[in-house]
Design a protein around this ligand. Structure first.
Ligand code: FEO
Length: 389
């Protein structure tokens, strides 16, 4: 697809992969974007996954005919973008791979490639003819070798995974921020969320650039919506939140579920925004998305083997490993004879630095509003939200 005379996008739409990285649901698919910069010399920026090699190389041929690809810029070595490098070298044997030192052992390890590599470092440039590529090192967004490529003459930032999203574009390739926003947040929370500090470093490096176009490896190209996209990344990488409650729960026989639904109903009555996630049924990615969005987290777990119910424990570990900060927390859950999950949830949350808004509500056997007074908890949450604590 022609972005303009100089930049072409190879946008692969993947509706077959069920889970990204083997973990994260893809209800709307996922896209992999590569870009050709066409000048006296031709540079290809990143490749795609192996499943799409025929499509990938036929689309390149459509764009450049029998011309050679002079450079392959490798911004990121994760196999969803690097799997076709060896095939590319077979088809274009003179291609020079342009990347940074941290990618060199990965090229050898993944593909056995050790030659025709041009190693670049911060702010190095590569002239293609009328235009010039400049390289910006952005380590740990979200792998150690990640970098971005700046095309000054087109005010275009090839940003690797940054500013990308789940969801195949299917032809809707530019500036539909409303359509992609929730899938951008879910992508960020699952894939990049652990690296807020290094994303901040990358944003600081990008700040002086007069960016007119962002070309990510996933999802939409951004032109008119760049302010919203940068603002979203600023918000997510600083763990800022909107007022609201992310309720997550797991349930064995429906009692913790009823408590969660009761909390949701009380919040609804008070006009408080919330999201409700049943971790016994749902992929964790949606709960991570809303834990990144909202200021308060309510976690419900039955006591299971004297422990937190497994998917809820996994969720908590995920929050901690992603270093989610500045959240308030509330725990609840059922047990039959000996509780413990509520105490353990509170300990995990407090040790991580979340503020507890309540001691937690544990109850035995069947749920009832008398045993588990969510009305009081909802009022506490409302008060806390009102005060912006
Ligand atoms: Fe889309 Fe980190 O690969």
């Amino acid at each position: 697809m022609k972005i303009n005379e100089r930049i072409r996008q190879i946008a692969i739409n993947d509706h077959e992969t069920e889970r990204f990285e083997g973990l994260w649901d893809l209800p709307y698919g996922v896209g992999y974007n590569s870009y050709l910069v066409v000048d006296k010399k031709i540079a290809l920026i990143d490749t795609a996954g192996t499943a799409y090699s025929d499509l990938f190389f036929s689309w390149i041929k459509e764009e450049i005919g029998d011309r050679n690809i002079d450079y392959l810029v490798v911004n990121h070595m994760e196999p969803d973008h690097s799997a076709l490098i060896a095939q590319l070298k077979e088809k274009y044997p003179d291609v020079i791979i342009v990347t940074n030192a941290k990618a060199v052992p990965m090229l050898a390890g993944y593909h056995g490639i050790t030659d025709n590599i041009q190693v670049v470092k911060e702010n190095d440039v590569l002239a293609l003819g009328q235009c010039t590529l400049q390289f910006i090192m952005t380590p740990m967004v979200h792998w150690p070798e990640t970098m971005m490529t700046w095309l000054e003459e087109e005010k275009t930032l090839f940003s690797a995974d940054a500013f990308g999203s789940f969801m195949a574009t299917d032809g809707d390739t530019k500036d539909n921020f409303e359509k992609f926003e929730m899938e951008m947040i879910r992508y960020y929370a699952c894939i990049v969320g652990k690296y807020g500090l290094t994303v901040q470093n990358a944003l600081k490096k990008a700040a002086p650039l007069p960016i007119g176009r962002i070309c990510s490896t996933h999802g939409s190209v951004w032109e008119k919506r760049i302010p919203e996209v940068l603002h979203l990344y600023q918000k997510l990488s600083t763990y800022s939140s909107e007022k609201g409650v992310c309720i997550v729960f797991g349930s064995m026989y429906g009692n913790t579920a009823k408590a969660a639904q009761s909390l949701a109903a009380e919040l609804e009555k008070l006009g408080i925004r919330y999201a409700l996630h049943d971790l016994s049924k749902e992929n964790l990615s949606y709960a991570y998305r809303d834990a990144f969005r909202f200021s308060h987290i309510a976690a419900g777990s039955p006591t299971y083997n004297n422990d937190i119910f497994p998917p809820v424990r996994t969720f908590m570990h995920g929050l901690i490993s992603r270093q989610v900060k500045n959240r308030k927390f509330f725990a609840f859950g059922s047990c039959t004879w000996a509780g413990g999950s509520v105490k353990m949830l509170n300990e995990m949350a407090a040790d991580h630095g979340f503020g507890l808004i309540h001691d937690g509500l544990g109850f035995q056997q069947a749920y009832s509003p008398e045993k588990c007074d969510m009305k009081t908890v909802a009022a506490l949450l409302a008060e806390d939200l009102k005060q912006g604590k």
